[in-house]
Design a protein around this ligand. Sequence first.
Ligand code: HEC
Ligand code: HEC
Ligand code: HEC
Ligand code: HEC
Ligand code: HEC
Length: 255
Amino acid sequence: MSKPGRILACSFILCGVFAFLFVTAKASNAEGIPNSCVECHSKLPQGSFVGAKAHGWKGSVHQMHGVTCDKCHGGNPNAAKKEAAHKGVLGSSNPESRVYFKNVPSTCGECHGAEEFKFKQSLHYRNLEKTGKGPECVTCHGSMIITVLTPADMAAVCGMCHSKTGMAHATPDIPQYAKAVLLSLREGSALINADEELYHPAKGSPEASALTDARIALHSAKLDWHRFDLETITRHLLKAYDSLGELPPKEQKNK
Ligand code: HEC
Ligand code: HEC
Ligand code: HEC
Ligand code: HEC
Ligand code: HEC
């Protein structure tokens, strides 16, 4: 199954398949105190919905960085008993829940504030607030299994709505456009890394400042991605490429 397929399957058929991927792992915080959410949910029946969610989280970038269940769901991870641990944990269909779809941007934004800030300026967010429809963080990244979209994912993920039959049928060309923009974003990123290796610029040198300018422009492009302003992203990218263009040819530098 393709990656966007997996994200969709996860939301819609409730991660059942991940039950098979179950592996037991010790979960503890920085002080070595076990996290009761992870401990207990890992032991829940593998085929169950609430057990499967824990399996999906395992191996994710969030698990590796200690972003445990309670960080998104609330509750008390130091309480061993279910009732005490669940204090404040609400199901995702409850509008008061931290993971109710309209509240997801703020919950994720507690750690990803820059993305949240840009996202809240987007048409997507306005649409979500107004109609309850529109992509939010989980639509594009998954919740437990955090992934970052690749250019190849655009057709499926953006095309859910930006297609002749979708919710945003007025703009069916967007997936193709977005794919091209994301491709040049990734190429820009790879190019900057390659040039840094090549030049090893000394601090304060013109090469170093050209590379810094390129990095700043690339970072702006990444953040503006969350406003989905493809023209502005493209402008930032052109700026990054311009800065790289200021680097002297390598032979000249070594003369
Ligand atoms: C001792 C076991 C145990 C502990 C500890 C525990 N849970 Fe649960 N959790 C369950 C079980 C069992 C369910 C299934 C529903 C039920 O029985 O309440 C569940 C359900 C859930 C649900 C689904 C709620 C819904 O209404 O759909 C979430 C979310 C959740 N737990 C998160 C957490 C978080 C976050 C923590 C830690 C702060 C935690 N759990 C700690 C056993 C536990
Ligand atoms: C990065 C944030 C994040 C982390 C970490 C996280 N979850 Fe979730 N979880 C969500 C979001 C958002 C939803 C609702 C959307 C969905 O179902 O994909 C959700 C849904 C759920 C559900 C389905 C019930 C419901 O309320 O819809 C369960 C059960 C659950 N999570 C348990 C866990 C457990 C157990 C862990 C830790 C092993 C965990 N989650 C870690 C964000 C998170
Ligand atoms: C408690 C803090 C915290 C919360 C809440 C949180 N994250 Fe993260 N997230 C992190 C950390 C730490 C990393 C890893 C370091 C980094 O990339 O910044 C990360 C990484 C990511 C990445 C990058 C993955 C990669 O492979 O580079 C994405 C995408 C992401 N999170 C999305 C989300 C989404 C969506 C939510 C809400 C459902 C969320 N995060 C909630 C802390 C958090
Ligand atoms: C419509 C799809 C979409 C939505 C909605 C979305 N993102 Fe993203 N996000 C992306 C794409 C595409 C990238 C990858 C850009 C790249 O390759 O650097 C990304 C990248 C990220 C990254 C990693 C940035 C990095 O430097 O690698 C984080 C963290 C993140 N998003 C968090 C969020 C949060 C938090 C939300 C909700 C407020 C959100 N995203 C909403 C599509 C989306
Ligand atoms: C859940 C549905 C949904 C998904 C998924 C979605 N969009 Fe949208 N998008 C909308 C809606 C609704 C609008 C509001 C304007 C409209 O109706 O065309 C919009 C507007 C936009 C706009 C602004 C169009 C304009 O005319 O100003 C851009 C750019 C955009 N989306 C890009 C994307 C990209 C890139 C993706 C995939 C990473 C994506 N969208 C995924 C629903 C969605």
